[in-house]
Design a protein around this ligand. Structure first.
Ligand SMILES: [Zn+2]
Length: 115
């Protein structure tokens, strides 16, 4: 992210611009949205890089490829870093919770069978 300028695109997070890039390249955005993306590209070298990449090879715009290219905590994905951590933690809790619930159910079932 470069310094903030008096441009609407500067207020838009990179992740949003990356989501819009495929449509931007296909010229399927509304003029307003396209202007915002263009303004962002004008000041953000990270997204401009991805844009050039996507213009040459649209398949390079898939999230998976971008993540391999930048890593989950670099470039346009820096903003999502905390979200990734949070998601992983939630996932771990869900697994642990499911395991505990299964254990309790197993014990209850054994008790019920023993009675
Ligand atoms: Zn950007």
């Amino acid at each position: 992210m470069a310094e903030k300028k008096e441009v609407t695109g500067a207020e838009v997070p990179c992740t949003v611009v990356l989501d819009l890039l495929p449509l931007f390249i296909e010229s399927e955005l509304t003029p307003e949205a396209a202007a915002v993306v263009q303004a962002h590209l004008d000041h953000c070298p990270d997204c401009r890089d991805v844009y050039e990449l996507g213009r040459r090879d649209p398949t390079a715009l898939s999230r998976r490829v971008l993540r391999l290219r930048f890593g989950p905590s670099e470039g346009p994905f820096a903003l999502q870093k905390d979200l990734f951590k949070l998601r992983r933690r939630l996932w771990l809790w869900a697994v642990a919770g499911g395991f505990a619930a299964g254990l309790v159910a197993a014990v209850l079932w054994k008790v019920a069978v023993a009675l």
